[in-house]
Design a protein. Structure first.
Length: 135
């Protein structure tokens, strides 16, 4: 794992939350995106090298909708940048961690992603992110 890629925050209302975080971080939202694989709308803000991803559910069966019902708004996950997501997934499986998806899937911000079950990471949902390189 190379670095923390971003911190994901579950929110009820994306537009309202963008306004809040723009004021807190004193920076503009640089990107919004719908992620069909997760049924979420996302927004990204950046301060220096650090990114925040705001996540709003687009359906009741979205993982974010379920998280909001169970825990309310707040930190949803920590994402780590990796060079080779398949190798990192294999390494974590060999270490005994449970992955929430068997193969990487398309995520926001031009990334392939995979999640590690939070029960095995002290209650923290871990996301692996690999930049999609276009040939």
């Amino acid at each position: 794992m190379n670095k923390i890629e971003h911190i994901g925050i579950a929110v009820k209302n994306l537009a309202d939350s963008i306004a809040v975080y723009q004021r807190i971080l004193n920076t503009d939202c640089y990107k919004t995106e719908f992620v069909a694989t997760e049924n979420v709308n996302t927004a990204f803000l950046k301060v220096g090298e650090n990114k925040i991803e705001l996540l709003e559910a687009t359906s009741e069966d979205s993982p974010i909708a379920k998280f909001l019902v169970k825990k309310g708004e707040g930190i949803h996950h920590i994402a780590f940048a990796v060079d080779d997501i398949l190798a990192e997934m294999e390494r974590l499986k060999n270490e005994g961690f449970t992955l929430l998806n068997e193969t990487p899937k398309k995520g926001a911000d031009n990334k392939m992603i995979c999640f590690v079950h939070p029960k095995e990471a002290n209650g923290v949902l871990i996301e692996l992110c690999q930049e999609i390189k276009w040939v």
